[in-house]
Design a protein around this ligand. Structure first.
Ligand SMILES: O=C(O)CCC(=O)C(=O)O
Ligand SMILES: [Fe+2]
Length: 369
């Protein structure tokens, strides 16, 4: 792992805080217990690690169980070559160690998807997070050219190879999940192979007071599913099914983490649980993570898969773009807002959210507690 001098860590992209040189967490970034923010976590009963090289039906069943209980799992023997993961990490370190002025050349504009910026969920919270991210949608060429005018090709090649590997893996995972749900590719109104992807590189610098900072606040992903390469530093945590405990997802060498997102929650009619997760920071290690969000093809409608065993749709249909708009306004209430009136208060909803900061807690749940 290349070393990064602390001088390189300043982030003009996050309220001017120089993550690398501050000795205490500034008020703008200080999260507090009374807001339901608890850093306590457990790593005793982690999410399942599933071997994708085992026979098809057995894997589909294991994945289905994990989707129903955790909304997440890790995969090994996933077919993504080790050297692709290693190269994307190298490019991640290269990217995040650019000087602040250089990063600003590829800053994400208010209505843009791609480039450097603070998490999109930032405006839902009163405090800033201890992170910066870089988003790639389609080709990274335009941003990479601004960052490295004469030397952007290696970054582009590595990211494109990573995206292509992630796309193959997410198609395979979607097919397995559909099998478990009792549906087939033909039941979707888009071609699985035409699914879109967004790649998000996340950087969480080490923090002088990790107990007062939040790497990435609790959220669910809006995707169908998300694959995360978290290298060897832990930080990702999931809320367990009871909503009472944060569980650390331990880095397993060569494994990739899979999170179920809101759109698959809707598509599976709540049989796959959209996972509530967050990232915490630590005092010693700067952590990078690489998330690939898999979406349907643009314009496709996501509609609960119902059939003889699953006669009642719990959610109304929604397009990807419409869902992103709803999520951008309602945040963690978005999924609830799509519940159909006669769906009842199903056990297929997400967890109770007692541990979440109030901003992350769906108001439906606040009312019911
Ligand atoms: O850094 C991580 O492990 C989680 C990243 C994440 O949840 C996201 O980018 O949506
Ligand atoms: Fe996420």
């Amino acid at each position: 792992m290349p070393s990064i001098s602390s001088g390189d860590l300043s982030s003009p992209l996050d309220g001017g805080v120089d993550f690398g040189s501050v000795k205490t967490v500034p008020e703008s970034h200080a999260w507090q217990e009374p807001e339901g923010f608890s850093l306590e976590s457990s790593d005793l009963d982690g999410i399942p690690v599933i071997d994708l090289s085992t026979p098809w039906w057995g894997v589909a069943r294991e994945i289905g169980r994990a989707c129903a209980s955790w909304g997440a799992f890790q995969v090994v023997n996933h077919g993504v070559p080790d050297n692709v993961l290693k190269r994307v990490e190298e490019q991640g370190w290269r990217l995040f160690s650019l000087p602040p002025d250089q990063k600003l050349k590829a800053e994400r504009g208010p209505d843009e998807i791609a480039g450097f910026g603070a998490p999109r969920i930032t405006h839902f919270f009163p405090k800033r997070m201890w992170t910066e991210g870089f988003t790639v949608f389609g080709s990274p060429l335009e941003q990479a050219r601004r960052l490295w005018p004469h030397d952007h090709m290696q970054f582009c090649e590595v990211i494109e190879e990573y995206q292509s590997e992630m796309k193959s893996l997410t198609v395979k995972l979607l097919e397995l999940i559909l099998e478990w749900v009792g549906a087939g590719k033909e039941d979707l109104n888009w071609e699985v192979g035409d699914s879109s992807g967004v790649t998000q590189l996340n950087s969480y610098p080490s923090c002088p007071e990790p107990s007062r900072a939040m790497g990435l606040a609790p959220h669910t992903d809006s995707s169908l599913l998300t694959v995360i390469h978290q290298s060897n530093t832990s930080g990702l945590q999931l809320l367990d099914a009871s909503g009472q405990k944060w569980v650390t997802v331990p880095p397993v060498h060569g494994a990739l983490v899979v999170n179920i997102g809101d759109l698959l929650h809707i598509l599976s009619n709540g049989r796959c649980r959209s996972s509530m997760h967050r990232a915490v920071v630590n005092r010693v290690h700067h952590r990078l993570s690489f998330a690939y969000f898999c979406f349907p093809s643009p314009g496709a409608t996501v509609e609960p898969l119902i059939g003889p065993d699953e006669p009642t749709a719990l959610y109304r249909s929604v397009t990807w773009t419409e869902y992103l708009r709803i999520k951008g306004t309602l945040f963690n209430n978005a999924l609830f807002s799509l519940l159909l009136p006669d769906s009842g208060f199903s056990t297929r909803l997400q967890q109770p959210f007692s541990l979440l900061p109030s901003q992350s807690r769906p108001s439906v749940m606040q009312e019911s507690h």
